[in-house]
Design a protein around this ligand. Structure first.
Ligand code: MEV
Length: 437
């Protein structure tokens, strides 16, 4: 079948759905029903969602849960999490409760600097370019005044602009490397607008200078923020005397602490393990990022680049035992916003920010880092004690039950049965089949 289509974006929503249903389904009506079942009954709300992107046909739901009892810097928080993976919210809640009686989570904002670059080439004398840059540098600030005015009133703006000589990497390659403070906004639009103005200023000034008088050229390739923000950094930590670690499944706290530290050390030196270890951290991070309307792709890209900053992909978290004290911490770069973008548009995002008591961007960085650390703690605790499958499969039981469209009565019987014995997919299937015989 040839599924190419011309002018799709110009079709009405109904026409788009018709096309999809007829083109890809043997039962188009059934497909249309599924699509419509996920529309919001409030037409205005649906229209709001339709307009977030192009060619919207319906909504894809992800559960929004909350993990309460997070004691962060002495204050309790309930953390909203949007995620489809069965065990994540349960694990976060468990870790939160565990640490709430052991001093809670402590966080520190290390820095909040964002980065943007104008990538360009110049085929003339590097020294001449350097003095030209120093001469015109004030103009970059001057000519972006209309863009930076509001941000400056909020205490942010352009921090610095540097010329970087990158010719060792690529012929004639230079950058304007700029740093920004964007306060409570993620700042992507602000930074990109500033960068595009820097590029115009650079081209205009180069044209009118002796930099290009003998036919040399300044060619701007592109202007864009960087999602790698190693100086927009937050640290989250938990710590307590080893003996206080004791709990159900932790009979010998010293052995637990030592094994836990070893598990972290493995992720510090072994990239295959580090990726999965960090994936567990991102279970917590992404769920809060999504719930608060932030850009999880940007965060993912930046965090993993940070994990590889020493030349080999490694654990984002660390653990140690010193003077009988167990300490577990992580440091991650997070460029987040609590104003602008989806945060003011999406009613559920607004609700989640209200649950978090309208945090500043810095407070949200702290909350997200804590969610990541809690998730990592929960995963390592399971992995080094009972194994991960016990908890996972308990949560997964519901998915299997739903897959088999179990009745309420069957559901009850299945849950009671699997309270006592280990959940495996085949055991549940066998049990359901026997019930139905
Ligand atoms: C599963 O989503 C996450 C874990 O694999 C993380 C880990 O292994 O540390 C459990």
């Amino acid at each position: 079948m040839n599924n190419a289509v011309a002018g799709f974006s110009k079709l009405s929503k109904k026409e788009k759905i018709n096309w999809i249903a007829n083109e890809y389904f043997s039962n188009p009506e059934e497909a249309q029903n599924i699509i419509r079942n996920y529309w919001n009954t409030d037409e205005k709300l649906q229209q709001l969602h339709d307009e977030f992107i192009e060619n919207t046909i319906t909504n894809l739901y992800i559960p929004l849960g909350v993990a309460p009892n997070f004691l962060i810097n002495g204050k309790y928080k309930t953390i909203p999490m949007a995620i489809e993976e069965s065990s994540v919210v349960a694990a976060a809640s468990k870790a939160a409760k565990y640490w709430s009686t052991r001093g809670g989570f402590k966080t520190t904002i290390i820095n909040t600097e964002k980065i943007g670059q104008v990538h360009f080439t110049y085929n003339g004398d590097a020294e001449k370019l350097k003095s030209f840059f120093e001469e015109i540098k004030p103009k970059f600030f001057l000519e972006t005044q209309s863009i930076t005015k509001n941000m400056q009133q909020r205490g942010g703006g352009i921090l610095d602009i540097k010329l970087k000589d990158k010719r060792s990497l690529l012929e004639n390659y230079y950058q304007l490397h700029a740093t920004f403070e964007t306060k409570d906004s993620m700042g992507a639009n602000f930074i990109n607008s500033c960068l595009e103005q820097f590029a115009s200023t650079l081209k205009e000034e180069a044209r009118n200078s002796d930099l290009t008088e003998s036919g040399e050229a300044v060619e701007v390739i592109m202007s864009i923020l960087s999602n790698y923000v190693p100086n927009c950094l937050v640290r989250a930590e938990v710590s307590c005397p080893i003996e206080e670690l004791a709990e159900k499944h932790i009979d010998d706290p010293k052995e637990f602490a030592e094994r836990f530290v070893q598990a972290v050390q493995i992720a510090e030196v072994e990239p295959f393990r580090a990726v999965t270890h960090n994936k567990g951290i991102m279970n917590g991070v992404d769920a809060v990022i999504l719930a608060t309307g932030n850009d999880f792709r940007a965060v993912e890209a930046g965090v993993h680049a940070y994990a590889a900053k020493n030349g080999q992909y490694a654990s984002l978290s660390h653990a140690k035992i010193e003077d009988e004290i167990f300490t577990f911490w992580l440091e991650i770069p997070l460029a987040l916003g609590t104003v602008g973008g989806l945060t003011s548009l999406h009613p559920l995002v607004k609700l989640c920010l209200d649950i978090l008591e309208k945090p500043s961007a810095q407070e949200l960085m702290e909350i997200v880092a804590v969610a990541g650390l809690a998730q990592n703690f929960a995963a390592l605790r399971s992995l080094t004690t009972t194994g991960i499958q016990e908890g996972h499969m308990k949560m997964h039981l519901n998915n299997i039950i739903n897959q088999f469209e179990a009745t309420d009565e069957e559901r009850q019987l299945i849950k009671t049965h699997f309270k006592k014995i280990a959940v495996t997919h085949s055991a549940v299937v066998e049990f359901i089949e026997n019930l139905r015989k």
